[in-house]
Design a protein around this ligand. Structure first.
Ligand code: NAD
Length: 376
């Protein structure tokens, strides 16, 4: 088992991230121990109840102590948050109760925000079941929901009591969702430096085959890196902002696409990372070899790296049309990181090197997106 201890200064809190293939079979035991006699309420991704591995462990959707969460970006909203609040309070929780999130990033962010706000704060265990949630969203305490004005605009920092990660749970994840998670893995590799970045290329085959032992190591390295960043800057007043690499571009694309499932968060992050690399390259900020290595890595894993290739299904966005008019500027303007002076961008300067540029004119970023699409 890989164990990573996260120590955060706010509320003098620390917790373990436990990573082990097969650990999910022990989840009840671990959660009961963590609850220390308090009532336990589990919030479970509704889709998981159709999968035998989860049915065996969680029971049916109507089992006592379970609430169902509808996943997907469109339902990470205030309406579902409010429904879950009422349903959770209807279960007679008290300040000593423990919430457990079993699901992807949407379930984790919603359950986390519930834990942050119900009865002014309840304890939370995260059991992430998507790759994205295992390497990123379950660690670090960011919780929240989207609003009509943009992504993650309503939320709170609320660190979990424990994170339990079982890479074998990823075996049932649809290919598209697995790939979307890989985008955050590649992003982490770019930020963390050559050791992790080269490991990803080296283990590409095992990762793509979803070998649980290989994944356990990759997840450990990603969580270790994220934990270090979070411990240094829990509330994102500085260094933690680097984790937003690719996200300013990505969030704008996601917002324009309309949160209807045509573009997944990780897919938008993959394209956003490519756009950030190109933006840096145009300023002479990154050596051509490093820029190429990042593009190659995205391509090697089969991640979308062009705007025109982003999106699928009945709501596939027409980017040419969406980029006309002021919609693009509005979508960029909804980013949390926008200030009066402009946008804050994470600019990759090499593998393991980056710079945070504040006050970048929104018009310049919009122009970069339009030029990139035109050049594809
Ligand atoms: N809090 C943070 O720090 C942070 C960081 C990164 C991303 N996020 C957020 O995470 C969200 C995206 O999370 P996500 O990609 O996990 O999406 P998600 O939670 O919607 O899950 C994606 C899909 O996978 C299914 N699924 C989950 N686990 C499965 C499994 N083991 N087998 C089969 N299917 C499974 C779900 O039912 C869903 O259909 C976004 O809202 C994003 O903003 C948060």
């Amino acid at each position: 088992m890989h164990v990573i201890r996260v120590v955060v200064k706010h509320q003098d809190h620390s917790y373990d991230i436990n990573i082990k293939p097969g650990i999910f079979k022990k989840w009840r035991e671990l959660v009961v121990e963590c609850a220390r006699g308090g009532k336990i309420l589990s919030l479970v991704d509704r889709n998981l109840m159709d999968i035998p591995a989860f049915q065996e462990e969680c029971g049916s959707a109507h089992s006592p102590g379970l609430l169902m969460v509808t996943p997907g970006e469109a339902r990470k909203n205030l309406a579902q948050y409010s429904e879950l609040c009422e349903a959770a309070l209807g279960q007679g929780l008290d300040r000593n109760s423990l919430l457990v999130a079993v699901g992807g990033g949407v379930t984790g962010d919603l359950a986390g925000f519930l834990a942050a706000t119900l009865l002014r704060g309840l304890r939370l265990v995260q059991i992430p079941t998507t790759l994205l949630a295992q390497v990123d969203s379950s660690v670090g305490g960011k919780t929240g929901v989207n609003s009509a004005a943009g992504k993650n605009l309503v939320g709170a920092f609320h660190q979990p009591e424990q994170v339990i990660i079982d890479p074998t749970l990823l075996l049932t994840l649809p290919d598209r969702e697995f790939l979307a998670g890989l985008a955050e893995v590649v992003k982490t590799g770019v930020l963390a430096g050559p050791e992790l970045f080269n490991q990803l290329r080296h283990n590409q085959d095992g990762i793509s085959r979803r070998d649980p032992e290989v994944l356990a190591q990759v997840i450990r390295d990603c969580c270790h890196f994220k934990a270090e960043v979070v411990m240094a800057d829990e509330r994102e007043t500085g260094k933690r902002a680097m984790l937003n690499l690719g996200h300013t571009f990505g969030h704008a694309l996601e917002t324009l696409a309309g949160f209807n499932g045509s573009v997944l968060h990780g897919e938008a992050v993959a394209v956003g990372t490519r756009l950030a690399v190109d933006f840096s390259r145009q300023q002479g900020g990154i050596a051509p070899e490093a820029a190429q290595a990042i593009r190659d890595c995205l391509q090697a894993f089969g991640l979308p790296d062009r705007i025109s290739r982003l999106g699928t299904g009945p709501f596939k966005p027409d980017w040419q049309e969406l980029f006309q008019g002021k919609g693009l500027e509005e979508a960029l303007g909804h980013d949390k990181k926008v200030g009066r002076q402009g946008l804050t961008l994470v600019i990759p300067k090499g593998i393991g090197e980056w710079e945070i540029q504040a006050g970048v004119a929104l018009a310049r970023v919009a122009e970069h997106l339009r030029n990139s699409l035109a050049a594809e």
